[in-house]
Design a protein around this ligand. Structure first.
Ligand code: ATP
Ligand code: MG
Length: 625
């Protein structure tokens, strides 16, 4: 698979659609291109801020060719599914000379947290997008909160009542449910359905004024109780709820239902293409019905927004629901929203994901109309691809055991340290070199030594008899960027655990010297000198769930938690990563630890004297193998 260079994947400047030919087309692009070609929205005006028909009529022709929006409910941290939606909406706006609004959907007077609001803004900007748009030289700050539209929503409700399109229903919740019917059975009209507009208006105002108890009545749209689409059987549009709202305080004791609020929010903001996930498909007729009625009444500008649905992201081994992710956090199954195992944007970031990788992922998975599962390895592949070309290389020993070069003193001289160097990036010599030293003792990975090597093992093993009692010599391997050595044996402790591996250094075999190729080796191992190694904490992560579909078969996802998803290693890394080194690691910096994978200096815990690295992604797709 070919991949665009990172710089292409992040191109932030507004580019005309025809220059974006490398972007795979999708049905949403086709819809927008058709609307642009036909001038569907060309006559729109923009009042400079959200508002009703009159407000926009008094404004300029809209400088934005299309308006999209990303409308999160601020009730948790955003996850990779939201990232898809952000890349889609902000990306389409950017590509078609439009703008994308960030709108907090806070019409539910549920506890909302400024922590969530801040984290959402942060996530959008970190991904490389902004709600501040510079269209035709005028800076627009399209950051909105839906609760600012409560007054208009109320006014629209009174209009609907007046026009005979809504009524106050006082059936009990049970009666209402029974009378709604079901897929096979049409609904039954409520006895309150035939109230006059005047009666309804008076009663609705009593609802508003707190004269009815919570749940005693709802305002319903008057559409069709026999509609085959149950969402059109007089849906509730306002309910009574004595709840404090973070923005409007105690001003309201009635709140709009989401299905009523959302189309109005879009309309006031002059959204052209309102993109949502497939589960809202059955709501589209109501979306259009409502906006058609409000347009007829002259309340909102025309042409009104249109809703389009796409398949939500389902990613294997991952949960994409704020509520369920909140459960993992609240029950301490993970260490917070930004735990590197979390599919939240803050979690991915701390894991070492880059905006480029996530944008590439969003582009690669595309948008479709049918639900499917994306394999987690697709996301990992995008990270690998975007890091490979840029991440400095370094050596690290994750599970160290000491290797002693027993003839060092004779060959090299007692106490001698020999200089070694390695390119910072194998394909970018201009980035320079890392320097470190080799001496009599080096750290190697425990798994690089086998007392009785399995077939095909080319790393360290001592002289031994194989299964057919043949004498096999100790292996010869190269210490990467250093010398060739020949393994002679190992020292074990009382429990039989290897505490030291031993080898002889073969003179004149150092990398980069004329004798380097005099001895052929099958294996090359990475190492760090005992004299200049830097201790580091390395956190190895695996997937949080053992099953590709954590809730497959209807099971509780907690039963599928992977108990081994975090392993903390006391590792050694090469000195160039330390303060003042050629590739000094600062929080958030990414590296390729040779042979191991890509690692990131932890954003939270990494410090100059106490390095902490997280495994971002392995070098190869090894899951399940
Ligand atoms: P959650 O259940 O995680 O809270 P949500 O859809 O209720 O998800 P919102 O805050 O309402 O979360 O979502 C904001 C936007 O993100 C919506 O437009 C929604 O369509 C989109 N979105 C949410 N989850 C996904 C997903 N898995 N794939 C694509 N888009 C998503
Ligand atoms: Mg939600």
């Amino acid at each position: 698979m070919t991949s665009p260079a990172p710089s292409q994947a992040t191109a932030a400047a507004p580019v005309a659609a025809d220059k974006e030919a490398h972007k795979p087309s999708n049905f949403l692009r086709q819809i927008i291109e058709k609307d642009l070609a036909e001038g569907t929205y060309a006559a729109r005006r923009w009042g400079g801020s959200p508002g009703d028909a009159a407000h926009h009529a008094s404004g300029q022709p809209d400088p934005a060719k299309v308006r999209l929006r990303f409308p999160p409910e601020p009730n948790g941290y955003l996850h990779v599914g939201h990232a898809k939606s952000i890349c889609l909406n902000f990306g389409l706006a950017r590509d078609y000379g439009g703008v994308c609004h960030l709108r907090f959907d806070d019409t539910n007077p549920e506890k909302e947290d400024t922590e969530y609001v801040d984290s959402i803004k942060d996530a959008v900007q970190w991904l490389g997008f902004d709600w501040k748009n510079n269209t035709s030289g005028a800076v627009e700050t399209n950051l909105y909160q839906a609760s600012d539209y409560f007054d208009f929503m109320y006014r629209a409700a009174e209009y609907l009542i007046d026009a005979g399109h809504a009524y106050v229903d006082e059936q009990s919740a049970d009666e209402m449910r029974i009378n709604r019917g079901d897929f096979g059975k049409p609904g039954t009209d409520s006895p309150f359905r035939s109230r006059t507009p005047a009666e309804n208006l008076a009663r609705f105002r009593e609802m508003r004024d707190g004269q009815l108890l919570d749940g005693a009545a709802v305002l319903r749209a008057k559409i069709d109780m026999a509609s085959p689409n149950i969402n059109m059987r007089d849906p509730a549009i306002y309910r009574i709820r004595r709840a404090h709202h973070h923005n409007t305080g105690d001003k309201w004791c009635i709140y709009p239902m989401y299905t009523y609020a959302h189309p109005i929010e879009d309309a006031l903001e002059q959204i052209t293409h309102s993109i949502c996930t497939l589960e809202f498909e059955d709501q589209r007729p109501f979306y259009d019905w409502l906006l058609d009625r409000l347009a007829e009444g002259g309340l909102i500008a025309t042409p009104h927004p249109r809703q389009y649905e796409f398949a939500r992201l389902n990613l294997t081994y991952v949960l994409t629901s704020k509520r369920k992710l909140a459960q993992l956090v609240n029950e301490n199954r993970v260490n917070g929203w930004d735990d590197p195992r979390m599919p939240t944007i803050v979690g991915l970031r701390r894991r070492g994901y880059t905006p480029e990788a996530i944008q590439l992922f969003a582009e690669r998975i595309g948008v479709t109309k049918s639900d499917s599962w994306i394999d987690y390895s697709t996301l990992e592949g995008c990270l690998r691809e975007t890091l490979d070309g840029s991440a400095p290389r370094a050596m690290a020993v994750l599970d160290p055991v000491k290797l002693v070069l027993t003839n060092w003193d004779e060959v090299m001289g007692a106490g001698m340290l020999d200089d070694c160097s390695a390119p910072i990036h194998p394909h970018h010599p201009e980035l320079g070199k890392r320097e470190f030293k080799i001496g009599k003792e080096v750290w190697i990975d425990r798994s690089d030594y086998e007392e009785t090597p399995p077939k095909g093992f080319f790393r360290l093993f001592p002289p031994h008899l194989n299964a057919s009692k043949q004498a096999i010599a100790g292996s010869k391997v190269r210490l990467k960027y250093g010398h060739v050595i020949e393994c002679t044996g190992a020292v074990k402790d009382a429990e039989g655990r290897i505490i030291e591996v031993q080898a002889k250094l073969l003179p004149d075999t150092k990398s980069g010297t004329p004798g380097a190729d005099s001895v052929k080796v099958k294996g090359v191992i990475t190492w760090v000198g005992v004299n200049d190694a830097v201790p580091a904490e390395v956190r190895l992560y695996e997937r949080l769930f053992r099953e590709a579909q954590p809730e497959g078969g209807g099971v509780d996802f907690l039963t599928n938690l992977n108990a081994d998803s975090l392993k903390v290693m006391t590792a050694y890394v090469e000195p160039s990563l330390a303060s003042g080194g050629a590739i000094e690691a600062k929080a958030d910096d990414k590296f390729q630890f040779e042979r191991h994978g890509y690692f990131v200096a932890d954003r939270v815990d990494h410090a100059a004297g106490r390095p902490v690295f997280n495994l971002a992604v392995g070098l190869k797709d090894s899951w399940g193998k």
